[in-house]
Design a protein around this ligand. Sequence first.
Ligand code: NAD
Length: 351
Amino acid sequence: MKEDCLHSRKVVIIGCGFVGAACAFALMQSGLFSEIVLIDSDHAKAEGEALDISHGVPFAKPVKIYAGSYDDVRDASMIILSAGANQKAGETRLDLVHKNIEVFEAVLPQIQKSGFKGILLVVTNPVDILTTVAQRYAGLPENKVFGSGTVLDTARLKYELGKHLNVDPRSVHAFIIGEHGDSEIAAWSSANVSGIELNRFCQMRGHLHSKKTMQKIAEDVKNSAYEIIEKKKATYYGIAMAVKRICEAVVRDEKSILPISSMIHNMYGVDGVCLSMPAIVGKDGVETLVPIKLNDDESEKLKKSAEMLKNVLGQHSKAIGAFHCLQKGLVEEEYFVQERPEKSGTSARIQ
Ligand code: NAD
């Protein structure tokens, strides 16, 4: 299917649990799409969510919401992939890797078979590992497959900083980078409030011992999913707003700078794994990474975060590689040479 045959206002959500359903609800209210398709291995669940969310449409903008199948994927402009197990209390995101690679083994071949040519947004955790897996096996160009990454963690950071400094969080410019998980890094050296360097702004607001507070804020941000899961078993509203924001950037070709998870090539000493760095996001997906300034400590932590992710991937990539090669009668190297598409679009260079 040619890209110009894509239905630019059609989105498919695969996996309609807490996260998928909350995304559908946020997208219904946003008016961004005219067609929202819900797919779940539990079809009745997808039907129930579609019905429930549809009943809010008269209060929003016209949009068709229905439970569908992979036959509905082909002409969609975006897929949001949120199928898979969530963290239980005490579990890390990385603890989900085995279960959710199995879910991706079931889902990715169906996406590939459907002829889908749009943007694939991975939300399922561990999101960096699964984005790397999806990049390899969804049959799409690299720039069109990315993860929600630390867009949510960054929102949490802005929210906490805004609260601490008593300013609108939208005026806070700061990123969480690296893994969406325990090795994530608050990039303090590039943080500012409307152009004023963060330390100076803290002093301006009467906070003289900002270093300790900043460390606490970063720790709270890192642990907030654990706290929410402990209290209410799952997190979904924040991620739904993050997904809505990413969809907005794609559908409206906004070229917004968002810390999504994308493939890193020789940057900050990191190579060959997906993790979050600020990137320009528009209709072709990831246009280019934005090389923000990092100090030595942040660079070192970023490298460690990437190494850890690569180790986890290394432990599991054989299983998933073997699965696909078996399907296609290929050895893994041949699979990469023959089937991996080039990046698409004129502006698709990822640096
Ligand atoms: P959930 O258990 O409520 O829902 C998962 C859904 O996936 C279920 O409805 C299940 O039927 C469906 N599913 C399972 N296998 C499937 C398959 N093969 N095909 C289609 N559907 C399938 O979980 P949740 O709370 O919605 O979380 C979903 C994922 O999102 C988890 O991995 C969670 O950790 C992740 N998450 C990510 C972020 C983020 O910032 N990236 C934030 C919150 C949650």
